[in-house]
Design a protein around this ligand. Structure first.
Ligand SMILES: Nc1ncnc2c1ncn2[C@@H]1O[C@H](COP(=O)(O)OP(=O)(O)O)[C@@H](O)[C@H]1O
Ligand code: SF4
Ligand SMILES: [Mg+2]
Length: 328
């Protein structure tokens, strides 16, 4: 990780709620992201994990203002991207060149009526980054080759590509405008296991080559633990723990993180037998009506009366290790 100390992105008390009211008299909201704060350093990979539906995609999209935040503040490289307290929000046009997203489902994120070359070049066109047709074609060819495809494939359509190749196109498109920060939203979840590591390796190579900063989302902690410098764990819209990757794996504090880690298979059968496996009871509660106090209390084996009444603060327990639990 280069320039370790420079903060590239800071979010403060970010909230995103979706209005799902069915009538005007009774307002109902999905509490998708609730009061989340963290920083990402330049050149770092921050892994973000948690069960499906806990708000990872919403958080990624809200940071890029693909969803308008409900509350909070987003600062990118010292510049305000969003501030609920301000009367007007900044224009996103220039930020879009710096902040990009790679989507979970590559087939759904590529327009089936466009050639792959045009899909890759669309952000270049929007930002007027090519002065001639020749330059545009050259740039498409550079990008398509960078993601391991051939120049000839630029004239084909997305349906002619495999899932892994479609994801390569999605990555080329994200790279087109020369971004600094990329939200990688479960970029390998929809792909065959055999090609998942190829895509991860490619993203890692690109990071080293271009000094990229990643927010790398996964529902499975085993996917991100080797590639992330730090890992954040989300539960029902809230960040419950955040630490250096090694530290989080070795010394998890929050009961929910312990559960996630206990589900990761260990290759050594002896060690695997010795390990305590924590199985969570019950389903993840509805984010429309999240539990009071600590949102994890309905499933936590250690809950007390206080947990039902009082929301635990997300605080620094040890240097660089944050968690939200009354037990610590
Ligand atoms: N556009 C939307 N409208 C209403 N609810 C949404 C919308 N997008 C996501 N949600 C809800 O917000 C919660 C978080 O979803 P999401 O961010 O997709 O979770 P994850 O990526 O962790 O699986 C879920 O309950 C989901 O159903
Ligand atoms: S605050 Fe209470 S319910 Fe929440 S994780 Fe800690 S012990 Fe469990
Ligand atoms: Mg998601």
């Amino acid at each position: 990780m280069k320039n370790e100390e420079k903060t590239l992105l800071r979010i403060e008390h970010l909230v995103k709620r979706f209005d799902v009211s069915t009538n005007a008299f009774q307002k109902e909201y999905v509490h998708a992201v609730e009061d989340v704060s963290f920083e990402i350093k330049k050149g770092e990979t921050l892994g973000l994990v948690g069960e499906s539906g806990c708000g990872k995609t919403t958080l990624g999209r809200t940071i890029l203002r693909l969803y308008e935040p409900t509350a909070g503040k987003i600062i990118y490289d010292g510049q305000t991207v969003f501030d609920k307290a301000a009367s007007r929000q900044p224009d996103m046009f220039d930020f879009r060149k710096k902040m990009q997203m790679i989507f979970q489902d590559p087939s759904a994120s590529l327009d089936p009526r466009m050639t792959v070359g045009d899909i890759i070049a669309e952000p270049l066109d929007v930002h007027g980054l090519c002065n001639s047709k020749k330059e545009r074609t050259e740039r498409i060819h550079q990008l398509i080759e960078r993601v391991g495809l051939t120049q000839e494939q630029a004239n084909r359509y997305p349906h002619e590509f495999s899932g892994g190749q479609q994801q390569r196109v999605g990555i080329a498109r994200a790279l087109a405008v020369g971004p600094e920060f990329i939200v990688c939203d479960e970029p390998i979840s929809a792909l065959d296991v055999s090609i998942q590591s190829q895509i991860v390796n490619m993203l890692e190579d690109m990071q080293a080559e271009m000094g990229l900063t990643y927010l790398f989302i996964a529902h499975d902690i085993s996917v991100v633990r080797h590639i992330s410098n730090r890992i954040g764990v989300m539960y029902l819209g809230s960040m419950v723990e955040l630490a250096e990757s090694f530290e989080l794996n070795k010394n998890p504090i929050h009961p929910y993180t312990k559960t996630l880690l206990s589900a990761v298979p260990i290759p050594d059968p002896k060690k695997s037998r010795q390990r305590e496996r924590i199985v969570l009871e019950g389903d993840i509660p509805s984010p429309v009506n999240p539990p009071s106090g600590c949102k994890f209390h309905t499933r936590c084996p250690y809950k007390t009366k206080r947990c039902e009444e009082e929301t635990p603060a997300f605080r620094e327990v040890e240097p660089g290790h944050y968690a939200a639990c009354h037990l610590i």
